[in-house]
Design a protein around this ligand. Structure first.
Ligand SMILES: [Zn+2]
Ligand SMILES: [Zn+2]
Length: 170
């Protein structure tokens, strides 16, 4: 997944990039994201002056766990990708906060970390198997989507519950 900078700059035509990268290592040790395939990319790289625009789409099939009931959710994520690189020359000002490009000084750009980051930041923080997932009973662990249990629990956020207990102890 290497872009050759000089080659791109000297070419007038956009370059198509297509392939896949293994993301097993990226999610190694994760307890709630399991890759079911590689990260596939279909991108176009085009240079104009010293700017290189890379855009296209990423796809990756992942298994996530429902944040309430832990049911596996298998989903193919399709994520638009766009990144701009600027080949820096000596004397160029340091890029600031407002600049929308990644400065490049090397002859090669490894796109892999950019692709991986885009995938990771686009994953839902609290995935749900369905919008109204009832979750697991905090007392007995029953999946409340499948059956109800006899436990007397109010549907209350555990953090709120801690707060409530604290007030009770006053
Ligand atoms: Zn669920
Ligand atoms: Zn229960």
């Amino acid at each position: 997944m290497i872009l050759r900078v000089q080659e791109l700059l000297s070419r007038q035509q956009p370059v198509e990039l297509q392939g896949s990268v293994d993301v097993a290592e990226l999610f190694e040790g994760s307890r709630d994201v399991f890759p079911l395939g590689p990260l596939e990319y279909r991108l176009t790289a085009q240079a104009s002056n010293r700017r290189i625009l890379v855009n296209g789409e990423l796809r990756c099939k992942l298994r996530l766990l429902c944040s309430r009931c832990l049911t596996p959710i298998d989903e193919t994520f399709a994520i638009p990708f766009e990144e701009q690189f600027q080949v820096m020359k000596e004397g160029d000002p340091e890029p600031g906060e407002e600049d929308d490009f990644v400065p490049v000084t090397e002859e090669r750009i490894d796109l892999r970390p950019f692709l991986e980051e885009e995938l990771v930041v686009n994953l839902p923080l609290a995935p749900l198997c369905k919008e109204d997932c009832k979750g697991l009973c905090p007392e007995c662990g029953t999946n409340r989507n499948e059956q109800s249990c006899a436990c007397k629990t109010d549907r209350i956020d555990p953090r709120l519950e801690a707060l409530q207990n604290w007030f009770r102890n006053e």
